[in-house]
Design a protein around this ligand. Sequence first.
Ligand code: NAI
Ligand code: MG
Length: 343
Amino acid sequence: NTQKIIVIPGDGIGPEVTEEAVLTLQALGAGLEFTFLDRINADRYLRDGVALTDGELEEVRTAGTVLFGAVGDPRVTNPDYARGVLLRLRTDLDLYVNYRPAVLLDERLSPLRDESRRGIDCVVVRENTEGLYTGVGGSLRTGTPDEVTVDQETNTHLGVSRIVEYAYGVARRSVCMVDKSNAVRFGGQLWQRVWRETRDRHPELDSSHLYVDVAAMKLVKDPASFDVIVTNNSYGDILSDLTAELAGGLGTAASANINPVTGMGLYEPVHGSAPDIVGKGLANPAGAVLSAALLLRDRGLKSEAEALERAVRRTVAERRCTPDLGGTLNTRQAGEAIRAALD
Ligand code: NAI
Ligand code: MG
C-alpha cells in the first residue's frame, strides 16, 4: 500500500531542505514512493519561459500529494514565474486551506523577554485561493510618472464560508477571525457576516474578532492566548511569518496547502528560496521536515508524524541543529541528527 508523492524541490535552498525531508521520510519507512519533478525551477524558466506545464500539473493532480521546497530566484524579476508555479498549483488544485501551525520548539528560541508569555501554540488558517493574490487588476501608463495601478481583493461567499468553517472544524479552544473590515468595506462585511453565522453554529468554541493591526500587536504581547486564527490570503501570509518567528524562526515553520474535500495536499516550509544562504549549508531543514510531518498526518500516518516532530524537537533541545537555532551543524548534518533521533 505505497502512496505516491510528487517532490518539487524548486530553487535556492528548496532542493537542500527538501532532500533532507525525503531522506527522513525514507528513514521512517512509511511506504512512500517519490517522483521528483526537479525540472520545475528558475533555470528552465529563464531558458524556455516555462513555469509549470499542463502535463506537470496533471501529474501532480493524479498523485494528489506534493512535497514542495521553494521557488524564487534573484535572476527572475517577472512575478509570472512564482505565480505560474506555486500560485497556479494552489489555485488550479483548489488548495483553499493554508494551514500554518506555530508551536514553540524550545524555550530559548523565543524572541520574547517575558518568559510567562512565550508559549505559543497556534495555527494560522489562511485563505489560499482568493483575496489580494488572484492577479486581478491592472496598470495604466506603466513606467511613466503618471502610472496608476490597481490590485483587486477578491472575496467570494464560497471562499470565505469554507475557510471559516474549516477553522472552526480544527480549533481546540477558540477561533479568532482577523480582518480589516473597518477600512476594507465590501470584503470586510462579507467576512463579518459569514464569521458571525459560523460562530453561532459553534457555541462549543470561544470566538473573537481582531483587526489585523491589533492582531499583530496582540500576537507579540500575548501569543499564548491564540488557538486558531482565520484570515484572508495576504493577512495570513504576513501573520504566519510573525507566528513562525515567535515559535522558533522561519527556518522551522511548516505549512500545508490542502483541499479537505478532495484530500489533495501540497506541503512546504513557510520560508522561501533564501538566495542569501544557498549552497552554504546554512539552511535549516526543520521547516521542510515538519512539513513532511503534516503530510504524514494527512495521509493517516499519525504515529509516524509524531515521531518526526519528536525527533526535530529533541535535536533542537540538544542544539544538534543549524546556526539559526543556535547550533553548529550544516543542513545535511542537521538532517542526519533528526534521523538519528527517530525512535
Ligand atoms: P526567505 O524566506 O527566502 O528568506 C528570508 C530570510 O530567512 C533570509 O535571511 C534567509 O536566509 C532566512 N531563511 C529562510 N529560510 C531559512 C532556513 N531554512 N534556514 C535558515 N535561514 C532561513 O524570504 P525572501 O528572502 O523574502 O525570499 C527569497 C525568495 O524566495 C524570493 O524569490 C521569494 O519570492 C521566494 N519565496 C518563495 C516562497 C515559496 O516558494 N513558498 C515563500 C517566500 C518567498
Ligand atoms: Mg510568506
